[in-house]
Ligand binder design. Sequence first.
Ligand code: ADP
Length: 599
Amino acid sequence: MVMELISFQKLFQMTKVINSQFEMSEILQVFVDAIAGEITQADLVGFFLKQPDGTFQGYKGNKLPVDITELLIDPREDEFVRDILRNQASDYISDTSIDLRLDQSKRQLLKIKSILGIPVIVENDVFGLVFVHDFGKPMNITQEQMEVTEAFVNMASVAIRNIRMFEQRQLLMEKQQLLLDATKALSESLSVKDVLNTFFHYMRKASGSKDIGIHLYNEKEHTIEPYQLSSENVTVDEWKVKHREVKLTIENDRLLYEVITQKKSAAIEDVYADPRPNHKAFVSFDIRSIMVFPLVAKGSVYGVVAIPSIGKPRKYEASILEFCQSISDATATALSNAQHTETLDHSVNERSIELQHANFKLEGLVRELEHLNELKSDFIATLSHELRTPITAVKGSVDILSKGILGGLNDSQKDLLDIASKSIERLLDQVNELLDFAKMENGKFELVYTEADFKEIIKESVHIVQSLINKKKLILVVESDAETDTIVSVDKQRILQILLNLLSNAIKFTPPMGVITIKTIFEETVLTVEVHDSGIGIPYEKQKNIFTKFYQANNQINGTGLGLAISKQLIELHGGRIWFESTEGQGSVFKFTLPKGRG
Ligand code: ADP
């Protein structure tokens, strides 16, 4: 009865402890102490933790004469332990000199006469073993003590399971946070260098490995080439040299072939037991285990991440694989985007340099052409100037002859001289046009402004062309609307030249009996002049070239094709504008404006 009370109190205390403690080693210590306190005749209580290789490592003890962490139990050498593990139930040896199942070396070391062994089972798996034993004299424990001890062990199991769950949750949360941080950092990494640094940083954390290599897959050659490495074991250069020696391809490494073609990661704990990887390559790198992840962008694999375990084998938990895979996936797109941007920047730079070179050449060419053009205009200017003097002299002589000053002329002589005189005049006009053109081209052309009555200029032009009008039996109409002042500030000779040019074109391209109208509209600051004709008009497709120098729309013999080009320049020099409307077969109208003051 008393015994029971004590036990319940202890159980209650322990419940409190295990609910307030989350540290595995502390709970196990409380638990070991509680058992030791319960079974007073037991000198020693020890808790052994199961190891991945199936042995049990001493972890927490009570009053042991040796350091428990130095004790290791191997079930292969201990039948007693094997029985406990097989039955997953506690077992008791009351006299170790009769029941010989216990590992004899342990028995001697710890002077064990009697021993109770209890498995700690967590989630259907043996998590550890508790041993309660004496030191030199048998314990003779009661059934009741055994039950209480088992109850403690069960409580400990529950506590351990809770801690594990807590730890797992904690770990999961940490992983999620890490993944979140990694994704954020990757999205902020713009250059290839930044992406790689971020990747290596997070991948080292996720994989727990310091050796991480990124390889690029050459789809054409089927080769897997080293790209970037993070390692404390080898330098990047050594790594690349070794790669060059082994020359990995998807043909000589079936593991890479599978990862690349199936776009699936792989983990191999013992690479030499697996026929797929290239063993020669693994020997040269001293790789024992490996994880490989594909780098996928836009649906295809462009590389692989390899995380090897060098020098010693490694076991891979599914959660690690999943975690590393997530980091790889997040990196794949970021890396491919950064690479793409950098190649793009690079080629844009290259193109800009090419363009600069081309521009430079072009500038040289333009300068050369400008120079040639100047030479040409100078040549035309000199030539036309030189031609003008003899032509004027010939014209003078012809005029003298035709006036009969040097003697009477018969009719046929008169006719011949008349023809000669007209030809000379036309020639002079054309030479003058050429001279104007050359001057304009060279920028040596200057206007001489004077105040003039525009109506007078019209009159003068009409007077000059009147004989041609009459000869061709054309009708010339002058319409002038002069509500305001008709005085303008212009280069009178040049304006007369423009008017004569437009009128002579109108006369030239209008058949006999046609009508030519000059309209002048005077406004406050500007005047508009229109020369209408009822002539042949200009075909629509030729209209765009009319103001181009040397252009002739109708292949006529007379003229240079310079008249309109020169007129346009003259008008623009005055600050005005010239344009036309024309319908083939119906006639044309040329219009220009002039500011009344100086342009
Ligand atoms: P051109 O000295 O040959 O007349 P222009 O520069 O004065 O040179 O005119 C260019 C061309 O525009 C002419 O050859 C002619 O084909 C066309 N053109 C000019 N004015 C008229 C018009 N009033 N009617 C029809 N065609 C015209």
